[in-house]
Each structure stands twice: as structure tokens, then as C-alpha cells.
Write a protein that binds this ligand. Structure first.
Ligand code: HEM
Ligand code: FES
Length: 772
């Protein structure tokens, strides 16, 4: 791929701005990913971009930088418009001298998986996927455990070590080589090459360094070829690369020779450097957030999500690359065909438009798993569960055996490059006299088993205490919640909700307190027709009661760029609306509130609305014969105004009808079910599926996916993206016609009717299908 280095158009901002000069041109021109703020903290370095210009051209790099979560995800999602073909290209074009050196080694790094286009990529990925499935990784845990323990045994009485040198470099490397089936006597040589490969691909070597690096990379390339030859001599060898080599013999048109050689080189960095750096970042982050470290030491069940939050907050892959195959529109900017993009996951991972209080490290964040550190969609990291399982075991062993660990005074150094991030060393210290296992030798061995895979959302929640209880109106109970240990709760944005968990009962409530209040306020309506949950809360909750709270999350975001706002609330729907009104008032915006309810006595927050938003509020009490005239409200909408509505389904549907002809961004409403399948039961039909293996027949309702229905009867099925992109949830079809909705299967495979993606595809209308 070295010959295809397009020269960037240097110079000013090529973005066509509607008026005046580019608002951020000075910042865009100054952006340099190899030094300065980006090297210190890539997420912080791009805060201005997330806020002002989420897609901008960097003249210094010749790339377009993408910094917001949603934009990055939509780039990952569309691997045809945004081709991954430049993912392993030298980001700093090779000098002619370096090219000469590389050529002298016959260097021909080409397509692997990560930089392969469709349809070749998915065909290859699916052939090579099995080794990465959670059930095939379970057995690896023992080896990771053993290696980790040996390392800790070796240094536990020393009191001060560089964790990278003593453990975090070598264990992931050994595990990677074992997984790949590369002979262990190759470890030392492999190790020397990885850095050269990273600098070559993502760094900015000086012209002199270019030559030096080219020699190292050339030798690595030749060496990778030798290792492959050695492995070919052992046709029954174990591990993923042996398997790959067998597939290369069996289906050389899919698993090509060039692929095998290129992958042998790329995978060393992919499988090991990524995990070493992520683990180093993890310890650094946890030890600088002592509360979180202590929580993990006290309760190891927090570890899977703590690892995920470390991957979000301080991941090891901070930026990845794509290239447009046609003109595209992204983040309000027109991109030409052939535009090279640097999509900065580290920035997206802290984007407060997706993660509440995004730059806060919070191991209780229930959507940490939505980070982009592993990429997303069809190329999403195949090895993510290997990385996770190693990080969990490192953390579990260290926090159990060395809870008194602390970060030593030190200066951190990093390898300057765009993408791989983690300190070169991590000095930690502790007092061996206080090693808990000296008093209790059982602590050496006690360990917790973590099932392979993503952390389960249902197990993530923070403990809160009710600090005040109020009657907000007839049948409406107001609670104020505080962290049980008195720590500050995360900041939240208007429209956010928290999920209260009390025994079996789990329900989402909008946060409605004043923005600067230290606790969270929620208001809970007693639902006579409900399943008893709200009654339970009304009856048992007292000041001092402890509950669990998941969130905050926001599925009802306020677009702060509208010209004016109409807020509409029905009944208890006032809660998010109140928070929005507070926010708009703070911003000094133009807004009105329409609030309808059965009777004034049943309507919460009337007094607060009057005191904080008086003059902007219209109240409609049904008992007094008042009604909100929705058609008139919509009719008199000013240009550029947006409506935010929360209330009974009937009210929302009426507004949807009234706004049907208005611009798409006019009506926003709260839908708490957005985390479900998102299927519209009016457009879908139910079907039945027979599972031959288990002999079960399962009904799939119109608003449910096949994946959900199969899981509901207790059958485990892998999944990742849940939108037909990644190929994880494939099931074998024996009979029945399938309505394929994925982007994984080829046309020929669809016609064959032998497989389907359970997360999105369904039986053709009213049909019945049989699965293996
Ligand atoms: C792809 C990150 C560990 C194997 C990727 C991608 C990223 C990534 C960002 C590109 C995703 C995309 O384009 O959407 C990481 C991180 C790791 C990790 C942060 C550790 C914390 C591993 C391990 C292995 C591995 C341990 C193998 C043993 C792969 C492979 C791909 C990949 C084969 C290409 C998948 C495809 O294109 O279909 N990884 N990785 N990774 N990773 Fe990882
Ligand atoms: Fe990704 Fe179904 S295709 S989970």
C-alpha cells in the first residue's frame, strides 16, 4: 500500500463555510497529532472541534479529522462509502530512500482484514471467525491467570516495579503468540519489531529515522515470511495462524497468500501492543482515581465494567483511518471522494453528546461498553474479548493481592504517533510489609471467574440513598437521591433519565432537579394500572432508603442550536420538560411551556414552574375544562422552532400527525423504549421458529428480534452490533424463507437460504422457519 500515498492538498481550509471566515481555521491549522496537546490528551485536544467544528481538515496531516461520537460511528458503520483501505498505510509518506530500503527487502504489506474492502473482507472474516468466539476463548483464561500469577509472585516482595517491564508487555505478547500458534522461541525477535511497525504506520519519523525504521520493517517482513514457512511445516499445528494457513491451502482465493504474509506481520501489533497499552492505561487511570481503585478492590464484580470504562476513557487505540470512495457529507461538511479521514475514537469516547459527563471517569457508567476503542461494525475488533479477558485478570489479581498499590512519582513518556497510546513505563510502589497475603495466604489464590464477553448491563448500577421525600402533587412522590458514600454524582444534561432498581423493580425516571443541585431529583407517579412497581416505591421508600441507580443516560437530547422552543408536557411528562426549561433559561433562549393535566391538584411542579418560568408557562387543567390546542400550537410555530414533547402516547401520536409535513428536525419526543429492538410492530409481522437442536418452538413477536426471542428461552447466542453489520449472530437455516436485512451475507448466500443473521433478519411475512 506504500505506493498509493496521495499527497494532501496543503494550505487553507477547504470547507465551504456559509458566512465569513472559517471559525476554527486557526485551531485547525495548528492541529498536529504528533506533538503538543494531542500527545498529552487526544480527547481534550479536540474538545474545541467537538464543540465548534466536528469535521475539519488538518493541513499539517493532510487528513480530515472527525471528533464527534455520532460521526465516527456513522463512518465505521458504512464501510463502502468510507473504505478502510488506508487503515495500515504509512501516515507519513515514505521518503524515496526509505522506499528503496523497503523494496530491497521485498516488502509488500497489503490487505489483511482490517484494511480489506467488501465483499472480500466479510468472506474472509467469516471463514476465520471461529477462534474468536467466546466459547472458544473460555479455556484461555487459565493460561492468562497462570502467567499473571507467576509474574506477580516474582515481584510482590519488591515494593517498586515498572509494571510494563515486569508484566504488561510480556504477558499479552505470550498470550498473543500462543493464540496465533507462533512458536514460543520467536518471542524475543517478534518483540523487537512491533515498535518499528507502529512508527512506520502511525508515526512521523524524521528522514533519517525513516531509513532506520524501513530496515527494521523490512527485516520484520522477511522474518514474518520465515515464520509462516516454519508453520507450514507443521500442518496440524494449533492456533489461529495455523488455521489460517490451512484455510489458505483450502480456499486460496479467499484466504490469499498475500493476506497470510501481511497478517502475520500486522497481527503482532494488533493482538499484543493494543492489549499491553490498554492494560497500562488501565492501571494508570485507576490508580489516579483512587475511589474507583478502592471500589474495585472491595468488590471484584465491578471489574468487567471498570475495564470497559478504562477502554472508553483511556483506550489504547485513539484514532483509526478511513477513506471516502465518493463525495460524502459528514458533520455538516462536504467531503470529496478520496478524502482521508482520521477518526479519533478517544474524542468520540468522551463526547458528552453521547456519554453523560463524558470526560469524567466513572466505573458505574452503564453504557461504557458503547465506546469506540474496538472500532465498530463489520471490522470491529475480532480480538476484543481476548483483550478484555486479559485486562480483567490483570486487574483482579493485582487488586486482590496488592490493594495498597500506588502510582510512583514519575514523568510519563509516549511513542509519538496518531493511534497507539499508552505510557512506555508505569512505575508503581507499595509496602511489602503490608501485603495482605502475608497475614492471609489464601489471598494468593482466591479468584473470581468472569465469563468471556461484554459486561452485562443489568449488573451495572451505582448505590444511592434517598435523602429527601416530598409529595409533589396528588399521587406524585418526589425523591432526592445522593451517592451512598457522599461522592458527587455525574453531571447530567436536560432530558436525561436514571433507572431506579429496587429488588425486581427497574424503571426509568427523568431527572428533574435544578441543574446545580448536588443530588438527583425524580418524581414518581403512582400508577394504579401498573405492575405494582410504583406502588412499591411509594410504600417503602423513606429518607435513608438505599437503592440502585443506573445511568444517567440521555435519549431525549435538547438540540441547543434551534431558534426557539415549544415544550409540551402531559401529566408526569413534565419531568424532562422542566429540566429542558431550566437549561433554556440558563442559555437565555426563547421558549414556552404548555403543560396539560387532569387537575391542578394532580400536576407536579406548578409552584416551581411559576417561580422559575412564570410568564412562559400555560397550564391546562382538564377538570377546569381547559385543553391544550395542539393544532393551534403547531400552526403558530415560528420558523426554526423545535418542539420537545413528553406525555401520553395519544398526545405524542397527535403531534406526530400534526408535524408530518414539517422539517424532520421539528418534533422531538421521549421514547423510553429506544433501547429495545426499535421494530415497529405495525410494520412487522410475528413468526414462529423451530429450533431443531433443542426441540423448542419459539414465537417471535412483531416488535421482537429473532435474537431476543431465542435468548428469552435461555439459549445463548453471540451478538455484537445488533444491526446486521458484524456477522456474530449467524444461525443456520434448515427450512423457510428469510427476509434478509443484514449487510453480511453475499447475494449468493442469501439465495442459498442456509444462514441468517438473527439480530435483524426475519421470516418472510407470516412464515415459519426451522433453524439447526
Ligand atoms: C481490528 C482495537 C485487541 C485482532 C481492530 C480495530 C481496532 C482494534 C480499533 C479496527 C476496528 C474497525 O475498523 O472497526 C483493539 C484494541 C485491543 C485489541 C483496543 C485491545 C485492548 C486485539 C487482539 C486481537 C485483535 C487481542 C487478536 C488476538 C484484531 C483483528 C482485527 C482487529 C483480527 C480486524 C477485524 C476486521 O477487520 O474484520 N482492533 N484490538 N485485536 N483486531 Fe483488535
Ligand atoms: Fe452483528 Fe447480528 S450482525 S450482531
Amino acid at each position: 500500500e506504500n505506493s498509493t500515498q496521495a499527497q494532501p492538498t496543503r494550505g487553507g481550509c477547504p470547507v465551504r463555510h456559509s458566512e465569513g471566515a472559517c471559525p476554527a481555521s486557526a485551531l485547525a491549522a495548528a492541529f498536529d497529532p504528533f506533538e503538543g496537546p494531542y500527545q498529552v490528551d487526544p480527547a481534550e485536544a479536540l474538545r474545541w472541534s467537538r464543540d465548534q467544528l466536528p469535521v475539519f481538515y488538518s493541513p499539517k496531516l493532510g487528513y480530515w479529522i472527525v471528533s464527534r461520537y455520532d460521526d465516527i460511528k456513522s463512518v465505521f458503520r458504512d464501510n463502502v462509502l468510507y473504505s478502510p483501505r488506508n487503515a495500515l498505510e504509512k501516515i507519513t509518506p515514505a521518503t524515496p530512500e526509505a522506499m528503496k530500503v523497503l523494496a530491497s527487502y521485498g516488502y509488500a504489506m497489503n490487505r489483511t482484514l482490517v484494511n480489506e474492502d467488501e465483499p472480500a473482507h466479510m468472506e474472509r472474516r467469516r471463514v476465520l471467525l471461529d477462534h474468536f468466539l467466546p466459547e472458544n476463548l473460555e479455556a484461555k483464561q487459565e493460561m492468562v491467570r497462570r502467567l499473571t500469577r507467576e509474574k506477580i509472585d516474582g515481584f510482590i516482595d519488591r515494593g517498586r516495579v515498572d509494571l510494563v517491564e515486569e508484566m504488561l508487555y510480556e504477558v499479552p505478547l505470550t498470550i498473543a503468540l500462543h493464540f496465533l500458534g507462533v512458536p514460543e522461541d520467536e518471542i524475543e525477535r517478534m518483540r523487537s519489531f512491533a515498535v518499528a511497525h507502529a512508527v512506520n504506520t502511525w508515526g512521523r519519523p524524521t528522514p533519517e529515522q525513516q531509513v532506520e525504521v524501513a530496515h527494521a520493517v523490512g527485516r520484520f517482513w522477511q522474518y514474518a515470511g520465515e515464520v509462516i514457512e516454519k508453520m507450514r511445516a507443521d500442518p496440524d499445528g494449533e492456533g489461529w495462524m495455523h488455521y489460517t494457513i490451512r484455510k489458505n491451502a483450502e480456499i486460496p482465493e479467499i484466504v490469499t497468500d498475500s493476506y497470510v504474509h501481511s497478517m502475520m506481520m500486522a497481527i503482532i501489533v494488533a493482538a499484543h501492543e493494543t492489549t499491553s497499552l490498554a492494560s497500562t492505561n488501565m492501571f494508570k487511570t485507576l490508580l489516579t482515581h483512587r475511589d474507583a481503585w478502592e471500589d474495585v478492590c472491595a468488590d471484584p464484580s465491578l471489574i468487567p465494567n471498570a475495564v470497559e470504562e478504562c477502554l472508553r476513557y483511556a483506550g489504547s487505540m485513539v484514532a483509526w483511518r478511513r477513506e471516502t470512495t465518493a463525495a460524502a457529507q459528514l458533520g455538516g461538511v462536504e467531503l470529496p471522494a478520496g478524502a482521508k479521514l482520521l477518526i479519533v475514537q478517544a474524542s468520540g469516547n468522551q463526547d458528552e453528546r453521547h456519554f453523560e459527563d463524558g470526560d469524567r471517569f466513572d466505573i458505574y457508567r452503564d453504557n461504557a461498553v458503547e465506546h469506540l476503542t474496538f472500532g465498530y461494525g463489520s471490522h470491529q475488533c475480532l480480538g476484543k474479548n481476548i483483550g478484555r479477558l486479559e485486562m480483567r485478570i490483570f486487574l483482579e489479581e493485582m487488586s486482590r493481592r496488592l490493594p495498597h498499590l500506588r502510582l510512583a512519582e514519575q514523568e510519563f513518556t509516549y511513542l509519538p504517533n496518531t493511534s497507539f497510546r499508552g505510557p512506555n513505563n508505569l512505575w508503581v510502589e507499595w509496602d511489602p510489609e503490608h501485603n495482605p497475603e502475608r497475614a492471609n495466604p489464601a489471598l494468593r489464590r482466591g479468584s473470581v471467574h468472569f465469563p468471556v464477553g461484554a459486561p452485562l448491563r443489568k449488573e451495572i448500577a451505582r448505590k444511592v440513598r434517598v435523602s429527601a421525600v416530598r409529595q409533589e402533587a396528588g399521587g406524585v412522590l418526589g425523591l432526592t437521591l445522593e451517592d451512598v458514600r457522599g461522592r458527587p454524582l455525574p453531571r447530567w444534561s436536560a432530558g436525561a433519565h436514571g433507572e431506579l432498581c429496587l429488588g425486581e423493580y427497574e424503571r426509568k425516571y427523568s431527572l428533574c432537579g435544578r441543574p446545580d443541585a448536588p443530588g438527583y431529583d425524580v418524581a414518581i407517579l403512582l400508577e394504579e394500572q401498573g405492575r405494582g412497581g410504583s406502588r412499591h416505591i411509594h410504600e417503602v421508600v423513606r429518607p435513608g432508603t438505599e437503592l440502585k441507580l443506573r445511568g444517567p443516560n440521555n435519549l431525549f437530547r435538547l438540540d441547543e442550536s434551534a431558534r426557539s422552543y415549544v415544550l409540551i408536557a402531559g401529566g408526569i411528562g413534565i419531568t424532562p420538560i422542566l429540566a429542558m426549561a431550566d437549561r433554556l433559561k440558563m442559555l437565555g433562549r426563547d421558549y414556552v411551556i404548555h403543560y396539560a393535566g387532569r387537575s391542578r391538584a394532580s400536576m407536579a411542579f406548578l409552584a416551581r414552574l411559576e417561580s422559575d418560568h412564570g410568564g412562559r408557562v400555560r397550564i391546562y387543567s382538564k377538570q377546569e375544562g381547559e385543553r391544550a390546542d395542539l393544532p393551534a400550537i403547531v400552526d403558530s410555530l415560528a420558523e426554526g422552532a423545535q418542539i420537545y414533547a413528553c406525555g401520553p402516547a395519544r398526545m405524542i401520536r397527535a403531534l406526530e400527525d400534526l408535524c408530518a409535513e414539517l422539517p424532520g428536525n421539528t418534533l422531538h419526543f421521549e421514547h423510553f423504549s429506544a433501547q429495545g429492538s426499535g421494530l415497529d410492530p405495525e410494520k412487522e409481522s410475528a413468526f414462529e421458529v423451530e429450533l431443531m437442536d433443542s426441540g423448542l418452538t419459539v414465537a417471535v413477536a412483531a416488535d421482537t428480534t429473532l435474537l431476543e426471542a431465542i435468548r428469552a428461552v435461555g439459549i445463548d447466542l453471540a451478538s455484537d452490533c445488533c444491526e446486521g453489520l458484524c456477522g456474530s449472530c449467524e444461525v443456520s437455516v434448515l427450512e423457510g424463507e428469510i427476509d434478509h436485512r443484514d449487510l453480511v451475507l453475499t447475494r449468493a448466500e442469501r439465495a442459498e437460504n442456509r444462514r441468517m443473521m438473527a439480530c435483524c433478519s426475519r421470516a418472510k411475512s407470516g412464515g415459519r422457519i426451522k433453524l439447526a
